[in-house]
Write a protein that binds this ligand. Structure first.
Ligand SMILES: [Fe+2]
Ligand SMILES: [Fe+2]
Length: 358
């Protein structure tokens, strides 16, 4: 396949996605191959943070963000082949929150794969989540692509098992964004061994797409935008021709390229995290960001939230971010430059000013 073919097909698809995006705050992922019959899209919803108050009461704002994403995913045209939920379905991992989140998600008409978030995990170490949604990590093949779901929010055993008087205390400590009592995320030795064995069966030319909750990169430790064993996991992916990692957790648009691995994040349906004042605060590999999100507008409860559709072209993904109260964005793989970039705003002359709210 040559670049012109990919560009043309991506462009045509982009038109369709953009038209849909004008009406829909959705993230669509689309995968396009030389063989047109292999093209497909999937939708990605993440970070709903369903939060129980008491009795039958839940935080309305977070409920609404997820309900909207589910409703909009159901009317996507073309229909996505499947949906991924990227983790943090619950806020504090309780049965009430996970049940309520599962009930909202049950309205989806599509098969859904679930990724574990730290907010789902640290109360009972994923036990109840697993009853609802299945294994903590697994892989599957779909139309020539090998998909891997990792549980990337594990941490050191000593922190998990020996430090906290109660499970609730452990959950609260890991739920804080900039809490110094938290602990860096990791995939862990056991799962890395499983991943190595899983990938050993896959041809190096096969597109591999990994779904994780934390970035499989070291971006910003202060907010746990971090995976302690990122380099070890990356080393397992680098031998492939077109590996991609799609992650949640950061509640903001990020994209990056390390060696052959393309990285792209997804938005939250609950709330946005601002970019750290500058990623220069921490050592990072992040390329230049395009449109910084400052504080969300407090008068628009869905500001800077949304979901995405994803397409895969020549084994690379393009994410269309459907943002509820912001201009939609599209970040796709630039085959000439060899990394993902914003289709509209990467050129500094075309940037839009950061939001400025009071
Ligand atoms: Fe989250
Ligand atoms: Fe998270």
């Amino acid at each position: 396949m040559n670049y012109a073919q990919v560009s043309r097909r991506d462009f045509l698809k982009g038109v369709g996605v953009t038209a849909a995006a004008a009406a829909l705050p959705v993230s669509v992922v689309e995968l396009a191959f030389a063989d047109e019959t292999q093209n497909f899209t999937f939708a990605y919803i993440s970070d709903a943070h369903i939060q129980h108050i008491k009795g039958t009461q839940f935080v309305r704002n977070w409920d609404r963000g997820l309900i909207r994403a589910v409703a909009e995913t159901n009317i996507l045209n073309p229909k996505p082949d499947f949906v991924v939920f990227g983790g943090d379905l619950a806020q504090l991992g309780t049965k009430e929150e996970l049940d309520h989140g599962a009930e909202i998600m049950s309205a989806l008409k599509h098969k859904t794969h679930y990724v574990m978030g730290e907010h789902d995990y640290y109360l009972d170490l994923g036990e109840y989540w697993s009853k609802l949604f299945g294994p903590h990590y697994h892989s599957f093949d779909h139309k020539g692509v090998h998909f891997v779901i990792l549980n990337s929010i594990l941490t050191f055993d000593d922190w998990t098992f020996n430090r906290w008087p109660t499970d609730t205390q452990r959950m609260l400590e890991m739920a804080g964004l900039d809490n110094p009592n938290g602990s860096p995320f990791m995939v862990g030795e056991k799962q890395r061994k499983w991943l190595a064995e899983d990938l050993a069966k896959v041809d190096r030319k096969t597109p591999v797409v990994v779904f994780s909750h934390s970035p499989i990169q070291k971006l910003y430790k202060g907010w746990n935008f971090w995976t302690e064993d990122a380099e070890e996991v990356q080393a397992l992916l680098q031998p492939f021709e077109t590996p991609t990692v799609i992650y949640g957790h950061v509640h903001q648009i990020q994209y990056n390229q390390i060696g052959r691995i393309a990285f792209q994040s997804v938005m939250a349906t609950a709330w946005p995290w601002p970019y750290p004042q500058s990623y220069a605060q921490a050592e990072h590999d992040m390329p230049k960001l395009t449109v910084p999100m400052n504080r969300a507008d407090p008068f628009f409860e869905r500001d800077a939230t949304g979901w995405q559709t994803i397409d895969v072209g020549a084994g690379r993904v393009s994410l269309s971010y459907n943002l509820y109260n912001n201009k939609s964005r599209r970040v796709g793989f630039n085959f000439e430059k060899g990394h993902p970039e914003d289709s509209e705003y990467q050129d500094p002359a075309k940037r839009i000013a950061p939001q400025d709210h009071f």
